[in-house]
Structures are given as C-alpha cells and as structure tokens.
Design a protein around this ligand. Structure first.
Ligand code: PCA
Length: 161
C-alpha cells in the first residue's frame, strides 16, 4: 500500500467534541475515528474567531498567540478525506504536520493540523484565544454553513478583495 491508512489529526475548533462540526468524524458509516489525547501546540499560533460567521481560524504566524489547546484523534483515510472536504483543504485551510505536546504524558507527537497559511495581516489584530469553545464568554456563536447568506462573501475578510 502506498498511502498510510491511519493518521493523527489535532483539532482545535469546531471539530472538537461538543462543538458544531464534531459529527464530521462520523459522516461516513463504518469509517474509523478514535479520541487519543488532549494536546497543545509546541509552537505558539494565533487562534482567532473571525468573519460574520464567527469561524475559528488558526493562523500560520508561529511565535504569536498561544500554545493552542485541542484534541488528537486517530482517523482512517476515509475520515481524513471527509475532514478535508469540510476544511476545503488545500484551497482554504491547509493541512500540514506539526508537533504537539500530549498533555496526558508530556510526550511530543507529530500530527496533522488545519491552518490558514495566507491571510490579511489585519487578522493579527484580533483577540487570540488559547482554546476554542462555541459557548465561550466571547459570545461569538458559530454560524453553520446551511444558515449562511449565500451572497455574503466572507473570504474577502480573510484574504483581501
Ligand atoms: N475546524 C477545524 C479547523 C477549524 C475548525 O473550525 C478544527 O477544529 O481543527
């Protein structure tokens, strides 16, 4: 077999347990996913909540922001492919490998993370969170895709006109 059939993915936003896109892990019947451990990124990155849809984004600006907290899952090829569709990898979020710290045993691990690699510099003026929750004190409730106004272009708030 040429491609690996199990992968580890770190999720920090709407894919976490209890968050609005967690059900994407079970989108395909019979596909495999398993929670492994809570973790934080080894490098600091800005985690923001942006656009009128209150979407969480991890910006590839290492050294800014926090050691962001999230959850690591083991997934098969099918689940990884489903998550790539949600995140629109590689056009929107880019999935790449980064090091995270397993908070259960303090061991470093290399896992997939979805990040924004190109973005408007103004996004770095927003509040940086260490951990995302849709129900956080920030009050910024995630707007699910099916509720979004199709004529509203939120991508120009991220990438420029
Ligand atoms: N979902 C992915 C990336 C951002 C988001 O909302 C995640 O939870 O990791």
């Amino acid at each position: 077999m040429s491609a690996k059939s199990v992968h580890k993915v770190f999720v920090y936003g709407t894919l976490k347990k209890g968050e609005p896109n967690h059900q994407w892990f079970t989108k395909t019947a019979g596909a495999h996913h398993k929670f492994l451990y809570n973790a934080q990124t080894i490098e600091q990155f800005p985690l923001i909540i942006a656009t009128q849809f209150n979407i969480p984004f991890l910006l590839h600006a290492p050294g800014k922001g926090h050691h962001v907290q999230g959850e690591v899952y083991e997934v098969d090829n099918q689940v990884l492919a489903d998550l790539d569709i949600l995140e629109d990898h590689p056009r929107f979020y880019i999935r790449e490998e980064y090091e995270v710290l397993n908070l259960g045993n303090n061991v470093t691990d290399k896992v997939w993370i979805y990040m924004m690699k190109t973005f408007k510099p103004e996004l770095l003026n927003q509040t940086f969170f260490k951990s995302y929750s849709n129900n956080g004190d920030h009050g910024l409730k995630y707007v699910e895709r099916y509720l979004r106004d199709p004529s509203a272009n939120h991508k120009n708030q991220l990438f420029g006109e």
